[in-house]
Ligand binder design. Structure first.
Ligand code: OSB
Ligand code: MG
Length: 372
């Protein structure tokens, strides 16, 4: 396989419901769709799902564009490779910039799947025919508004509900939701908003009483020691998200006991290649994983569904239906959740969905084209 041309499409889609995390609120998202063409004319799409601001991780849409155009595509174009993991070796010298790498890596996997006539899930080593879905709910203006959101999503069939928390918005909303849903699979995600001090440990010990499925990333991204100390005091599993960007980080997590669950997010780990390796390593270490999201458009969302079909993904993933975020997605059909909370894993070759190139064009802010 040999990529001869690449296009970066920066696309803006409005969100159907404003999303507020511990750090910021969003009404629309700009993601970069990566379109790769090989010498035979086969096309593979990927998605760089970076936020516009460096508040989740250090990258932005601008940095990802620059890194992809200047440092990832030039070594890839004109390199011959058999397996997508080998394509990823072409940019091995580039440090960090995992979101940018993830979009190009994903496009290589999809291209390989299209060209070989195999579904992406099969190429990744998937074994399930459906992925259990969870939904992630942002910080709402009031507790009543949050409880109403939870009710709507439980009604829609989502098997697990995750609540974003932040200092001042934690034990009360959790208590309110638990009062209405004593048994639903519920977890919280702080996106690293808490300092690892005594007051935060006390909040986490209170949350420990609500039999949550996990407490995700309470402390800062690199604070493995803080998370290990917390995990030692809690019954509830600590889940790491932002902390684990590389396989070496995963080894640190395992060695220190810094968490008992791993959120595998394709963007944060630099693509599907590393995500599969992280899945394999976590499985060997007895750590259950689930697939996290970055509000992906359909391309990245479809890749998340395919990845969630691997056997170690034993917890519901953040692979909500497209309609949770977008009135019209960039793929047809959109990702759809069944009434009992699953997304079927596509059996068609390649991505398993058609990219709606007209809708992509209608929402494109800018494009960059690179040829061999
Ligand atoms: O921590 O999982 C997170 C969105 C933006 C930044 C960080 C996170 C999220 C989500 C989105 O929770 C979940 C989804 O894509 O459905
Ligand atoms: Mg998270």
């Amino acid at each position: 396989m040999r990529v001869v041309a690449a296009t970066l499409h920066t696309v803006r889609l409005p969100l159907v419901h404003e999303f507020q995390t511990s750090s910021h609120a969003k009404r629309h998202l700009d993601h970069i769709l990566v379109e790769l063409t090989d010498a035979s004319g086969a096309v593979g799409w990927g998605e760089i799902a970076s936020a516009s601001h460096p508040f989740y991780g250090p990258e932005t849409v601008e940095t990802a564009t620059l890194v992809a155009e200047r440092y990832l595509l030039p070594p890839l174009l004109g390199t011959s490779w058999e397996h997508p993991a080998d394509a990823a070796k072409s940019w091995a010298k580039v440090r960090g910039n995992e979101f940018a790498k993830a979009g190009v890596d994903m496009a290589c996997w999809v291209l390989a799947a299209e060209a070989s006539g195999r579904p992406l899930a099969a190429l990744l080593g998937g074994t399930r025919d459906r992925a259990a879905t969870g939904v992630s709910l942002g910080i709402e203006p009031t507790i009543d508004a949050l409880v109403a959101q939870v009710a709507a999503q439980v009604e829609a069939g989502y098997r697990r509900v995750k609540l974003k928390i932040a200092p001042g918005w934690d034990t009360e909303p959790v208590a309110a939701v638990r009062a209405v849903y004593p048994d639903h699979d519920l977890h919280v995600d702080a996106n690293g908003a808490y300092p690892a001090d005594d007051a935060s440990f006390a909040v986490m010990r209170t949350l420990d009483q609500y039999h949550l499925t996990m407490i995700e990333q309470p402390f800062a991204p690199r604070d493995f020691v803080g998370h290990a100390r917390l995990q030692a005091q809690l019954e509830t599993p600590v889940c790491l998200d932002e902390a684990v960007e590389t396989l070496a980080d995963l080894e640190t997590m395992i060695a220190l006991g810094a968490g008992r669950v791993l959120n595998i997010k394709v963007s944060r780990l630099g693509g599907l290649t590393t995500s599969v390796a992280a899945h394999d390593r976590a499985r060997e270490a007895g750590i259950p994983v689930w697939c996290g999201g970055m509000h992906e458009f359909g391309v990245g969302r479809a890749a998340n569904v395919a990845l969630s079909s691997l056997p170690g993904f034993t917890l519901p993933s953040d692979v909500s239906g497209s309609d949770k975020y977008y009135a019209r997605d960039v793929i047809t059909p959109p990702v759809e959740t069944t009434a009992d909370g699953y997304v079927p894993v596509p059996t068609r070759p390649g991505l398993g969905f058609d990219v709606d190139t007209e809708w992509v064009a209608a929402n494109t802010l800018s494009t960059i084209h690179v040829e061999e």
